[in-house]
Design a protein around this ligand. Sequence first.
Ligand code: 5GP
Length: 124
Amino acid sequence: MTENTYDDQNIFARILRHELKADVIFENDHVLVFRDKFPQARVHLLAIPKGRYRSFDDFSAHAGQEEIVSFFQAIGDSARQAGLTCGGYRLVSNCGKNAGQEVPHFHMHILGGEALGPIISQLH
Ligand code: 5GP
């Protein structure tokens, strides 16, 4: 498999096919939002498009307008629903190997529920 091929066996593809369970907090035709299994903040959600996109780069280059709009609306709605707007929250998407992306299906981390500290903890 090349880096440009979508891996249908990745964990999030399996969650979308209901082969693996997830604690879903929002779903529509284009988007699924669920809790991260290994939370790195008091509230740690993951938003994923239902389409087969490997990364933000892939999504931003190839997704349709409806998918893109729906994705960002779902993030805002989920953050409000989770009560994150009052204290604030952080959106992070790791894209590719320099960012340490582990799951090759585009996802946005939604982190909050506490003060999160600096955006990058280790500098050269
Ligand atoms: P990445 O490092 O690719 O940006 O983030 C992948 C995220 O997926 C990590 O935060 C990790 O905790 C989360 N994760 C890995 N496996 C599972 C799983 O089986 N279920 C859920 N809900 N999250 C997972």
